[in-house]
Design a protein around this ligand. Structure first.
Ligand code: ATP
Length: 393
């Protein structure tokens, strides 16, 4: 029976691609929990691309969770997106070995995780802009009737033109009733909405929650709940209120603070109904900052004609003055050269795992914190690995 299913499956009808013949692999750029990613030259088109080859067994295990639901594959989903803040996927298919692969635009830049940790000049200057770009990408997703399920800095990059790009669609599901039923927990513990953690019915609002956690972290370098990195820790804090962002950033613009805190509400009905709504205050503040910077610049130019150059405030100073992040805690203002070292030194937090192998549409009402399982890579999504409760990705 399984043999027949495989024989008539979509995969069996798809031509296989010999990766080594088709691509020149220039270097490995990433190792996700589910894949390997290379910088490669596509010998057909001549362009430099990111080649993502999914781990066969882990992908099959993930897909097994959606049995009967006909979940589209990552490549099927990714090629559909046309948005400035979502990585472009040119092509997808199967390798000669039967692994799924995606060919994407190659993003020269950094992971948002790095920028969160570094809190460098780029982050101080552009944080609000990146928050808005991310929100626009998620709203596009939602308009196209998808749920991302794994919004977190690890799945976001910023290119050298200071443009944010969402890069990973491994857990994306259609926003349709069968996929919203209470089921297993997939995602990254610290960013998971309470209803997902509690195995209740989900909606696109789980992405609004993860977006709010991400924005909170982008601004403060901290998570809204202490010890939110394992499923057990998350289950303990889930009913307690998050730390108000104003406590970490007393000078934060109140509109931005309120918008983020509303995104973190425990009950989905108390959160923003759409990302677009949440973006309204962000865009208002961003616009007023831009206006203030322009005014400051023109004042500076005017006064520079009558003052010696040394007395003119520097560009950096005027930017920081109008930046909502300028009053971030001292820890966030440390010198630019240290974060990479700090990032390397920082202990990897154990991610959570929900590897009980439950089908996505199977309710698990009686689950108790004690039954939850750990995974073992920082901010790694919880994905299945049957037979191994302490899964590592
Ligand atoms: N288009 C791209 N351009 C440049 N680098 C990329 C691109 N896509 C992915 N990467 C690099 O590869 C890493 C892993 O990619 P990705 O997150 O898509 O894999 P994954 O296996 O789904 O990861 P995980 O499941 O752990 O989130 C990224 O963190 C990034 O460093």
């Amino acid at each position: 029976m399984n043999f027949l299913k495989r024989f008539f499956s979509k995969e069996s009808r798809q031509p296989r691609v010999n990766i080594k013949q088709r691509f020149e692999l220039i270097g490995r750029v990433g190792q996700g929990s589910m894949s390997k990613v290379w910088r490669a030259r596509d010998l057909n088109s001549g362009r430099t691309v990111a080649l993502k080859v999914l781990h066969k067994q882990k992908t099959e295990e993930l897909e097994a969770r959606f049995v009967g639901l006909n979940k589209p594959r990552e490549g099927d989903i990714a090629v559909q997106f046309q948005h400035p803040h979502i990585v472009k996927t040119f092509e997808h298919g199967l390798t000669s070995e039967g692994e799924q692969f995606l060919v994407m635009e190659f993003i020269e830049g950094y992971s948002l995780s790095f920028l969160v940790e570094a809190q460098n000049e780029d982050m101080r200057t552009n944080c609000l802009k990146y928050m808005i770009q991310l929100g626009e990408a998620i709203q596009y997703f939602h308009n196209e009737n998808w749920i991302h399920r794994d919004i977190c800095p690890r799945n976001i990059m910023v290119d050298n033109e200071q443009q944010l790009k969402l890069i990973d669609f491994g857990l994306v599901v259609p926003n349709t009733p069968p996929f919203l039923l209470p089921g297993n927990r997939t995602g990254t513990a610290a960013y998971m909405a309470p209803e997902l953690i509690k195995r209740q019915k989900t909606s696109q609002k789980i992405d609004i929650f993860s977006y709010a956690v991400t924005c909170y972290e982008m601004l403060t370098r901290q998570l809204p709940w202490k010890a939110a990195e394992t499923m057990e820790a998350v289950l303990q804090h889930i009913n307690s209120p998050p730390k108000p962002i104003q406590e970490l950033l007393p000078g934060i613009n109140p509109q931005i603070a309120d918008a983020i805190m509303k995104g973190l509400e425990l009950y989905p009905q108390d959160r923003w109904q759409t990302i677009d709504e949440m973006l309204v205050p962000f865009k208002e503040v961003y616009q007023s900052q831009k206006t203030a910077v322009t005014q400051q610049k023109s004042e500076t130019t005017d006064s520079s004609t009558s003052r010696p150059a040394a007395a003119v405030p520097g560009k950096k100073g005027s930017r920081e003055k109008s930046d909502p992040n300028s009053k971030r805690p001292r820890s966030a203002q440390k010198p630019v050269q240290t974060p990479e070292q700090r990032l390397r030194r920082r202990k990897r937090k154990p991610p959570v795992d929900d590897s009980q192998g439950t089908s996505e549409n199977q309710p698990q009402p009686g689950s108790s914190p004690g039954k939850e399982q750990h995974a073992s890579r920082k901010n790694t999504p919880s994905r299945p690995k049957p037979g191994n409760p302490d899964e590592s990705h």
